[in-house]
Ligand binder design. Structure first.
Ligand code: PMP
Length: 338
């Protein structure tokens, strides 16, 4: 027998299960499949981007032993950079909008990141969290990961998420659905899948108040149609990671529909997930209802609901924000299409 090989935690990003969502598959007559990204070492899909950004920077010689990594992030990329960074000997400084869930801030601090919460400002404002991260990197000689415009992010999904879905579905995947934060997941995965089979349909599921639905549907960046509580998604511009990709279809998903999906998965599938996962799965169900039955549709289960206990799983917060955890998925979709 050959000697077993063991690897540190940074070598265990990806290779996540592709989980059949039984009830929604039965409801639609399609195979609705969720990539279990919450099972990554840092607990989200962003571990893949973090791994890609760090490994690429090491190859380019811009990250050296003992370096500090700084990033503007809604939280998950910061968690991924800190987990993988610590495994490789780097410190992290995280600039995060103060609107993000307190659980993510605590999580980052517990991991040992230096966390700097800043007021939430639009990208056009010089004090937007990303610009602050870039400026601090320039001033202090730190490495700015730049997840939005550094295409090592989408490359990680091209090299891992895409091939994994292709293999796990034995090449039978008909559609891939993802929401957009940086766009790394949607772009990298879809570039790979379309290279394997140009017939694979790429679907963007977008929350209200973001511009991606308008961009992929009408080619403009209008986003003046509401708002969403989903964290980590909701993009208003075409990042470098999103450039030159083909998206065949985009859906708007409202928070109530996403929440109904989150609670359905919690109660009937044993899956405890955040709202962006609800938006993704709702997008997959919409596509299945429009184009099924008989299709194999893959999407992303981005992160765990544990990061949002104080909001999505807090009755008072839900009531204050007009969200009903008791509304069924069927009723939510019916309301949505009315
Ligand atoms: N869901 C969550 C919870 C996230 O943190 C992110 C990343 N910001 C996404 C979805 C979107 O991923 P991407 O940046 O690859 O578009």
């Amino acid at each position: 027998m050959s000697r077993p090989q063991y690897h540190a935690v940074d070598s265990h990003v990806g290779k996540t299960p592709l989980i059949r969502l039984n009830k929604l598959s039965e409801l639609t007559g399609c195979e609705i499949l969720g990539k279990a990204e919450f099972m990554n070492p840092g607990g989200s899909v962003k571990d893949r981007a973090a791994y890609g950004l760090i490994t690429d920077a090491e190859k380019r010689g811009v990250l050296k032993p003992g370096s500090t990594i700084i990033e503007g992030t809604a939280g998950n990329t910061g968690i991924g950079l800190t987990v993988i960074g610590h495994a490789r000997g780097y410190q992290t400084v995280i600039i995060i909008p103060e609107t993000q869930s307190p659980e993510k801030l605590q999580y980052l601090r517990t991991l040992g990141a230096e966390v700097i919460p800043v007021p939430a400002k639009p990208y056009s404002d010089p004090d937007n969290y990303n610009h602050i991260a870039r400026r601090m990197a320039e001033e202090r000689g730190w490495f700015w990961a730049n997840q939005f415009d550094n295409t090592a992010n989408r490359q990680a999904h091209y090299e891992t998420t895409g091939p994994e879905i292709w293999e796990q579905t034995a090449g039978t995947v008909d559609a891939f659905v993802a929401a957009v934060g940086t766009g790394g997941t949607l772009a990298g995965t879809s570039l790979f899948l379309k290279e394997k089979n140009p017939e694979v349909t790429v679907v963007c599921a977008d929350p209200y108040g973001a511009a991606m639905w308008s961009w992929f549907t009408h080619g403009n960046l209008d986003n003046d149609d509401g708002d969403s509580f989903a964290e980590g998604i909701g993009q208003g511009r075409v990042t470098r990671n999103l450039e030159d990709i083909t998206v065949d279809k985009a859906y708007r998903v409202d928070d109530q529909t996403a929440l109904s999906v989150v609670y359905q998965l919690l109660r009937e599938e044993g899956l405890f997930l955040g709202l962006s996962s609800g938006i993704n799965v709702a997008g997959a169900v919409k596509y299945a209802l429009d184009h099924g039955p008989g299709l194999t549709i893959a999407t992303i289960l981005c992160d765990s609901g544990a990061k949002y206990q104080s909001k999505l799983f807090n009755g008072e917060w839900l009531l204050e924000n007009g969200l009903d955890p008791g509304l069924s998925v069927e009723a939510a979709f019916e309301r949505n299409s009315a």
